[in-house]
Write a protein that binds this ligand. Structure first.
Ligand code: WTA
Length: 664
C-alpha cells in the first residue's frame, strides 16, 4: 500500500492488535442512559413485564392491560389492547413538552444547501400533507408507497401516513422501476409519493422517469404525488393523476389533522425485503410494539438524548433508516440528521465535515462505509474536529476487528464506545450488541443479546453448540419489535422463520433469522453471515434468486447461478455463473446485457461484479446446483468436496476461468 494512511495504521496495529477487549470509557458510562449491569437480570426475572420499560417511552391514548398475548403463537401480540398514534408520539408530544423550537430534522443536500425543521415545522408540514393525502382518497389501512431518496419529504410523508393510520411501504430509491411495480402490486398500493430527482456525485439524477416506468407495470390506478427536489435543474411534467407536493401542502397549509387512534397491533408499515425465493417478503411492523422497541433501543443502545444531534448515515429506504433515522430518534425527541449524497463528494471527507459542522454526538453507520474510509486513509478524518462524538455504532454486516479498531481510534479517538449491532428488517430493532455504558467491547463480536432478548447458537438439531463452534443463530422468546407476519402470507411467515427449530406440538416457538454464528465463553455472539440464499452487498440485502431470475430473463441465457464472493469494501460482491443458450456466445455484448438486465430488474446495487460463462454448472446427482462450490471459487478458497457431483470436472474449469478474469 502506498497510501498515506500507512504510518498511523502500522502504529495502530502494533498498539491495538493484541487487545481484544475494550472497556467502555468512564466518561461515557457516567452519563449513559443505561449503566446498571443489573438490567440483564432484572429483565430476565421480570419477563415479559420488563417490556413496560419500552412502552413507557411512548404516550398511549389508551393504556394496554396485557403486555404479551401468546395464545396464537407465533402470531404474538404486544400491548394488544393499548391505542396510540406514532405521528403524535414523534411530533405533538414534544411540542406539548415545550420543545417546539428544537430542531427535529437537519438535512443537508449533496450540493451543500441545508434545511432545518423544528418540531413545530414538522408538525405544520406533516399535518398539511396528511390532510392532502386524505383529500386524495387515502383512508385508514390503505398502503401508501414512498419511492424517494434522502429528502426531508420522505420522513414527512411517513409521519403523515402514520397520522392518518395509512401504512407506508418505502421502496429504496436505488431500486429499479420493475422492483417498484412488483412491490406496489404485491401490496395493492394505490398511492405513490415520489420525486423528480436527486443529486449523486454532482449529477442531477432523473428519478421520476424511473417512477413513471414503474407505474406502467402497476396493474391498478394510482394517484401519484411528486416532490420537486431539483427545480430548474431538471424540468418535469405532471400527467393525469399526478399532483405536485408543494401545491398540495400549500393548499392545506394550517390545517390540523387529529392523529388517528390506532391499536397497538395495527400495521404501522410494510417493508419489502429479500428472502430465499424470488418474491420479496412484505415484513409487517406494528404501531405499538415496533415503535416502543425502536425508541427503547435508541435510548439504551444509541444513548440518544433529546439535546443530541444524532446521525444515522443510512438510507431511509432500508429498515435501519426507518428505525434509527425516523421512528426511534423522533420518538425520543432528538435532532436527527439526514444527508442526501455520497460520502466522497465533493471529497472523501464529507462525512467528517458534516460531523464537525453539526457537532454530531452519536454516529451510526455500516461496516462497508468504514472499510471505504479506512482505505481512503486517516488524512480525511484528520482534517476535522470530531470531538463532539460520544458514541459510534455499526450495523448491517459483520465488521472485522481491524475495521472496528480503525473506527474506534481514528473516528472515536479511543473515547467513544463502538456498538456493533446485529438485527434485521424482521426484528424491527437491535437484538444483539453490547450496551455501551455497561459491557466490554470485543471487536468482531456483536456482543450478548440485549436485556430481555433470548438468543443462542445451536447445531442443526437445535442443541446449543460449545463455545467457539459455529452454528445457527436462534431467538427463543418473542420481543415487541418483531415482525407480526409477512403481508398476506401467514404460511410463508411460518415456513421462513418458525419451522426450522420450533416444536409446535409442545407450543415451543423458536425464531430462525437464517444467520450463522459463534458464541464465546462470555456469551458474546459473533454473527458469521447468512445461511440462506441471501447475500449482503455493501450492507444491502439481496436475494440471489431475484438476481438469477433477472439474468435468466436476458435473451441468450439458459441458466444462471449467483453467489456472493468476498469483496474488500463491499463485504460481498455478486458473482454470476451463466450458461448460454445454443447459438449464443458468452461474449462482451452478452455480459453487458446481463449487467443491464440486473440493473433494470433490481437496481445498480445488484449488478454482478463478475459474469463467468460456463458450459455447465456443478450439480449434484439429483440436479441441485452446488452453490457452496461456486462460493469457494469466487473466494479463491480451497474447493470443498466434489465427490457427490454428477460433473466434478467442470469445477476446476470454472475456477480457472475466474482466476484468469481476476488477473486480467
Ligand atoms: C446481517 C439490517 C453481522 C445479518 C439491519 C442479518 C449483521 C442481515 C449485523 C439483515 C451485524 C446485520 N453483524 N451481520 N452487526 N447486522 N447483519 O434485513 O446477516 O437489511 O441477517 O437488516 O444483515 O439485513 P437487513
Amino acid at each position: 500500500m502506498a497510501d498515506d494512511s500507512d504510518a498511523p495504521e502500522v502504529e495502530l496495529e502494533a498498539r491495538l492488535a493484541e487487545q481484544d477487549s475494550f472497556e467502555p470509557p468512564a466518561a461515557f458510562v457516567e452519563q449513559a442512559n443505561v449503566s446498571d449491569p443489573g438490567i440483564y437480570e432484572e429483565f430476565e426475572e421480570n419477563w415479559p413485564e420488563c417490556w413496560e420499560r419500552a412502552a413507557d417511552l411512548l404516550d398511549w391514548e389508551q393504556e394496554y392491560s396485557e403486555i404479551l398475548d401468546d395464545s396464537e403463537a407465533p402470531f404474538y401480540e404486544w400491548f394488544g389492547d393499548g391505542t396510540l398514534n406514532a405521528s403524535y408520539n414523534c411530533i405533538d408530544r414534544h411540542i406539548e413538552n415545550g420543545r417546539k423550537n428544537q430542531a427535529a430534522i437537519r438535512w443537508e443536500g449533496e450540493p451543500g444547501e441545508t434545511r432545518t425543521y423544528t418540531y413545530q415545522d414538522l408538525y405544520r408540514e406533516v399535518n398539511a400533507f396528511a390532510a392532502a393525502l386524505r383529500e386524495l382518497g387515502v383512508g385508514e389501512d390503505d398502503v401508501v408507497t414512498l419511492y424517494m431518496p434522502m429528502v426531508p419529504e420522505l420522513p414527512i410523508a411517513m409521519l403523515a401516513c402514520a397520522r392518518i393510520g395509512a401504512p407506508h411501504s418505502v421502496v429504496f430509491a436505488g431500486f429499479s422501476a420493475d422492483a417498484l411495480a412488483t412491490r406496489m402490486n404485491a401490496a395493492d398500493s394505490e398511492y405513490l409519493v415520489t420525486c423528480d430527482g436527486y443529486y449523486r456525485r454532482g449529477d442531477a439524477l432523473n428519478h421520476k422517469e424511473k417512477a413513471d416506468r414503474g407505474l406502467r407495470g402497476v396493474d391498478h390506478d394510482v394517484e401519484t404525488v411528486v416532490v420537486d427536489r431539483l427545480g430548474d435543474e431538471l424540468k418535469h411534467f405532471l400527467g393525469q393523476h399526478h399532483h405536485d407536493y408543494a401545491d398540495l401542502v400549500a393548499a392545506h397549509e394550517g390545517e390540523e389533522v387529529e392523529p388517528v387512534e390506532r391499536s397497538a397491533e395495527d400495521m404501522l408499515f410494510l417493508m419489502y425485503t429479500s428472502g430465499t425465493t424470488g418474491q420479496p417478503k412484505g415484513v409487517k411492523h406494528t404501531t405499538g410494539g415496533y415503535l416502543a422497541y425502536a425508541a427503547w433501543t435508541s435510548h439504551a443502545v444509541l444513548d440518544v438524548k433529546p439535546e443530541d444531534t444524532y446521525w444515522c448515515a443510512a438510507d431511509i429506504g432500508w429498515i435501519t433508516g426507518h428505525s434509527y433515522i425516523v421512528y426511534g430518534p423522533l420518538a425520543l425527541g432528538t435532532t436527527t440528521m439526514m444527508y442526501e449524497g455520497t460520502p466522497d463528494y465533493p471529497d472523501r471527507d464529507r462525512m467528517w465535515d458534516l460531523v464537525d459542522k453539526y457537532k454530531v454526538d452519536v454516529f451510526y453507520t455500516a461496516p462497508t462505509a468504514i472499510r471505504a474510509f479506512m482505505k481512503w486513509g486517516t488524512k480525511y478524518p484528520e482534517r476535522h474536529d470530531l470531538s463532539s462524538l460520544r458514541l459510534l455504532g455499526t450495523v448491517g454486516e459483520p465488521i472485522n476487528p481491524r475495521a472496528w479498531k480503525w473506527y474506534y481510534k481514528h473516528i472515536g479517538d479511543e473515547s467513544c464506545p463502538v456498538v456493533d449491532t446485529w438485527w434485521q428488517t424482521e426484528t424491527g430493532g437491535m437484538m444483539i450488541t453490547t450496551l455501551p455504558g455497561i459491557g466490554d467491547m470485543k471487536p468482531g463480536s456483536a456482543g450478548p443479546p440485549l436485556p430481555g432478548i433470548s438468543a443462542d447458537v445451536v447445531d442443526a438439531t437445535g442443541d446449543p453448540v460449545e463455545a467457539g463452534q459455529a452454528g445457527y443463530l436462534v431467538v427463543n422468546k418473542p420481543w415487541p419489535g418483531m415482525l407480526r407476519t409477512l403481508y398476506r402470507n401467514d404460511d410463508r411467515f411460518i415456513s421462513e422463520y418458525w419451522q426450522e427449530y420450533s416444536d409446535p406440538d409442545a407450543d415451543e416457538w423458536v425464531y430462525f433469522p437464517e444467520d450463522g454464528a459463534k458464541i464465546d465463553e462470555d456469551g458474546y455472539i459473533t454473527v458469521l453471515g447468512r445461511v440462506d440464499d441471501v447475500i449482503n452487498v455493501s450492507g444491502h440485502r439481496l436475494g440471489t434468486m431475484e438476481i438469477e431470475s433477472a439474468i435468466v430473463g436476458v435473451p441468450g441465457v439458459a441458466e444462471a447461478a449467483v453467489v456472493g464472493g468476498h469483496h474488500e469494501v463491499k463485504g460481498e460482491a455478486v458473482y454470476a455463473y451463466v450458461i448460454t443458450e445454443d447459438g449464443y456466445e458468452g461474449d462482451e455484448s452478452l455480459r453487458e446485457k446481463i449487467i443491464d438486465g440486473v440493473d433494470e430488474a433490481i437496481g445498480p446495487i445488484a449488478k454482478p461484479e463478475q459474469v463467468i460463462f460456463t458450459p455447465e454448472l456443478p450439480k449434484t446427482r439429483s440436479g441441485k446446483i452446488m452453490r457452496r462450490l461456486l462460493e469457494d471459487i469466487a473466494n479463491d478458497e480451497e474447493l470443498g468436496d466434489t465427490s457427490t457431483l454428477r460433473n466434478p470436472e467442470v469445477v476446476e474449469d470454472i475456477a480457472e476461468k475466474v482466476r484468469g478474469e481476476s488477473e486480467e
